[in-house]
Design a binder for this molecule. Structure first.
Ligand code: C2E
Ligand code: CA
Ligand code: CA
Length: 549
């Protein structure tokens, strides 16, 4: 074959590869019917070579028999000049014998006379993730992501609802999995019946479902959800047996937002978990659940989210001293995250942490926080060998399998001593798998890393947490401290918590010490650490060192 044409084929192939972004690339010289394919496609699908004659037929062999007809028709049309491209999805057989879902997009490039000359495109390997959920027959999480991407790109006004069950695992425990599956099928049928006239229903992970609704009428959607709740808690029968299911739901109305689909998903999950954890399953609407009236808050979240990808640009840490109650000297500091940029100024972590905690990127930010804090605080150790650096850890970080590994590699990388480290976790971590959590805590204890329970008294399972996991420090929330000089109830609570902590051999740190009178009141109790504006607001490391070094 003509070597110039091969060179040209290679050139085109290289050009397409530049923009392939991890997809496989193919370029077919339609006159010679010679194609060039990406090496990684050749390896993955066990193709004969990167140069393939009659690739249409060779590739067809890899395609699932049920999907071949559509594929063949499309290729025939392209070679006959009847079609100038394709955009299709099919299953293809990988070298390991499993089918994967592929999206194949191709375009025809014509010569000066308008005759098809090349057919080039990319194949995206979605792995074995299926677009259809096998149990319910609904579109899956994967289809959901594709559809919200399209929705955001087209800026079509839609409401997205996430609906899930409460305590479904007990259905499986009591009745077994196959009964559990029947319940899910019935639940999905009920959701479809209620919502299908106004949108598409999806099965997400676990027992969560979603609806993308073309209607933005949130009152109407709340009414439909309410009638669904009524139905599944009173009128759901499986094999003649009545099963009562409680639901939770979050909603976000996406109206002309400049955001990515991951941001939308994080905000939706946030509303959903608010419904689950704080609103007894009532429908929580994303913007309503925030105190701010800023309509474009979600775009701000999108920007903060992009900063994480951008090497955590815009984030910085402040440190607030923790003082020894007995001696009044420095005991340590809590690292507190901040974010700022030119457009939005400085944004409080109270605004973005609870939402980003739901985000797959959060562990990345968590690692940055640990690395930054350990690097910045090392210089304090010469003067304060017992200095304790407190770092807030979100349950989403703990949940990640490589959390322990990350902690130790950051310790190694920064040279910060393990025994001068304390992780603050909220009671929310009790929602995680107990054995994993206990294992994590055990590993930390073996390495003399301290653990504090943060915001103690504001959650639901305070005593249980102390009993189940050995912790070093209990941090009493500001709520119990701010009125302590006048409120006998708060005095009793602080006294009670400090005795309780003592019973579990934990020491106590109190937050929100705003003035001398609060401090004077607190020193009467068995309290080891004091933290609050009376001593210092959180400040950047330079200011912290100016004061204490
Ligand atoms: P938190 O862990 O309970 O942190 C203590 C908060 O109380 C800080 O707010 C601190 O500035 C504030 N504070 C301290 N002393 C006083 C006082 O005397 N009076 C008053 N009114 N407030 C006081 P901040 O820095 O805005 O952080 C808010 C929350 O954001 C934190 O609550 C924590 O839940 C979260 N957060 C902050 N940094 C991080 C982080 O690095 N990682 C994670 N996962 N969460 C973080
Ligand atoms: Ca904290
Ligand atoms: Ca707190």
């Amino acid at each position: 074959m003509n070597t110039d044409r091969i060179k040209r084929l290679d050139k085109l192939f290289d050009a397409f590869s530049v923009i392939a972004e991890g997809n496989y690339v193919y370029v077919c010289d339609m006159r010679e019917d010679l194609s060039r394919w990406s090496q990684n496609a050749v390896d993955y699908f066990d193709l004969p070579d990167v140069y393939i004659f009659d690739a249409g037929s060779v590739w067809e062999e890899c395609i699932h028999p049920d999907d071949r007809k559509v594929y063949r028709e499309s290729i025939e049309k392209i070679f006959k000049g009847e079609d100038l491209g394709h955009d299709m999805q099919y299953r293809a057989l990988a070298g390991d014998g499993n089918y994967v879902i592929c999206t194949c997009r191709g375009v025809v490039i014509t010569d000066d006379d308008g005759i098809p000359e090349y057919f080039a495109g990319s194949i995206r390997n979605h792995g074995s993730l299926s677009y259809i959920d096998t149990i319910t027959g609904l579109r899956s999480l994967y289809g959901f992501f594709d559809d919200i991407k399209t929705m955001l790109r087209k800026k079509s006004s839609s409401a997205v609802i996430m609906i899930g069950t409460k305590g479904f695992s007990s259905v499986n425990d009591v009745y077994g999995y196959s009964f559990g599956n029947k319940v899910l099928i019935n639940l999905s049928a009920a959701i479809v019946e209620k919502f299908s006239s106004i949108g598409t229903v999806y099965r997400l992970d676990g027992t969560k479902f979603a609806v993308i609704s073309s209607s933005m009428d949130t009152d109407m959607l709340a009414d439909i959800y309410h009638s669904l709740q009524e139905y599944v808690s009173h009128d759901l029968y499986i094999d003649g047996e009545r099963v009562s299911i409680s639901l939770n739901a979050g909603l976000i109305a996406a109206d002309d937002f400049e955001i990515g689909h991951e941001t939308l998903y994080s905000c939706l999950k946030y509303a959903y978990y608010e419904s689950k954890d704080r609103h007894l399953g009532e429908l929580v609407i994303f913007e309503d659940s925030l105190s701010g009236d800023d309509r474009h808050f979600i775009e701000q979240i999108n920007t903060i989210r992009s900063s994480i990808v951008n090497d955590c640009e815009g984030f910085y840490l402040c440190y607030q001293p923790i003082i020894n109650a007995a001696s009044g000297t420095l005991r340590g500091a809590e690292a507190l995250i901040r974010w700022r940029n030119d457009r939005y100024g400085s944004v409080s972590p109270v605004r973005f942490i609870p939402i980003l905690e739901q985000d797959i990127l959060f562990p990345e930010l968590g690692k940055w926080i640990m690395r930054q804090a350990m690097t910045e605080c090392r210089k304090l150790l010469h003067k304060y060998p017992d200095f304790r650096l407190n770092i807030n850890i979100s349950y989403a970080q703990l949940e990640k399998r490589d959390f322990i590994y990350d902690v130790f590699s950051i310790i190694r990388e920064t040279g910060y001593p393990k025994e001068n480290l304390c992780f603050e976790m909220t009671e929310r971590c009790r929602l995680l798998d107990k054995s994993i959590l206990r294992n994590t805590f055990d590993v930390f204890r073996q390495h003399k890393i301290k653990i504090a329970i943060d915001d103690f008294g504001t959650g639901f399972a305070s005593i249980g947490v102390l009993r189940d996991f050995k912790v070093d420090t209990v941090k009493i929330d500001r709520e119990y401290v701010k009125n302590i000089t006048t409120s006998v109830a708060d005095q009793n609570t602080v006294s009670f918590i400090s005795s309780l902590a003592d019973a579990f051999s934990a020491d106590v740190c109190v937050e929100g010490v705003e003035d001398e009178s609060i401090r004077d009141c607190l020193v009467k109790y068995k309290i080891k650490g004091l933290q609050g504006y009376y001593y210092s607001k959180p400040v950047v490391i330079g200011d912290f060192c100016d004061r204490y070094l």
